[in-house]
Design a protein around this ligand. Structure first.
Ligand code: C5P
Length: 220
């Protein structure tokens, strides 16, 4: 069984997908973390998104893994734990830029398919139900007002990084990333035709989780 949860930045997909995976006792794929790890890798090697030859060579050696350590999913880039490092605003911005490149999407799409092969998964991102797993059994698209998403993202960043963040700057960045994700030529962000669209602006996490899991139990 594959469940996909797509939607724009800060909509709560990660939190919701994790809870659904625990509830149903299936695995969770955070595809955004893979775009982030790739962006960090390119940045560490000083490669810009318009340098496609260097990027192509660099990506031959990239390995991204999710390793569960004491119940926490850690993101490994080659042999390094980059779980926290990939959550900065700078990496968010870079990830969206690299995500518009065909070579990047092609490599990560293959990795995502390989990870999910033969296991039950809830896969979360921007193109899970549309381009990576069009055959998914259940597809959900979460959306919310950008102001509310910015607030959620700012709170999340404060929790992870332990620093105060500027909310209007976060809103600006969310709008910028929405624009990049929705207008790129390859695999742009949009709901799959057969997805259930949920506006989470006025909903609590529990409300959203219930809407999703009700659907799965009813259909299943
Ligand atoms: O979800 P998250 O904010 O971690 O994703 C980081 C960036 O990676 C997004 O802004 C988006 O540009 C890109 N991404 C993507 N396709 C996915 C997941 C993430 O293009 N499936």
């Amino acid at each position: 069984m594959i469940i996909t949860i797509d939607g724009p930045s800060g909509v709560g997909k990660g939190t919701i997908a994790k809870i659904i995976s625990e509830k149903l006792n299936i695995k969770y794929l955070d595809s955004g973390a893979m775009y982030r790890a790739l962006a960090l890798y390119a940045d560490m090697h000083n490669i810009k998104e318009n340098d496609s030859d260097k990027l192509k060579k660099l990506l031959i050696d990239i390995h991204i893994q999710f390793i569960n350590e004491d119940g926490i999913d850690k993101v490994y880039l080659n042999t390094e734990d980059v779980t926290d490092e990939i959550r900065t605003n700078e990496i968010s911005r870079l990830a969206s830029k690299f995500a518009s490149l065909e070579i990047v999407r092609g490599i990560l799409r293959e990795m995502q398919k390989r990870i999910v092969r033969k296991k039950d998964y809830v896969a979360e991102g921007r193109d899970m139900g549309t381009y990576v797993f069009p055959e998914a059994n259940y597809k959900f698209y979460l959306d919310a007002d950008p102001q509310i998403r910015a607030e959620r993202r700012a709170n999340q960043l404060e929790k992870i990084l332990g620093i105060k963040v500027n909310k209007s700057k976060v809103l600006e960045e969310i709008n910028e990333r929405d624009e990049l994700d929705k207008t790129r030529a390859i695999c742009p962000l949009h709901p799959a035709e057969d997805s259930v669209i949920i506006d989470t602006s006025e909903l609590s996490i529990d409300n959203v989780v219930n809407k999703i899991s009700d659907r799965i139990i009813i259909d299943g």
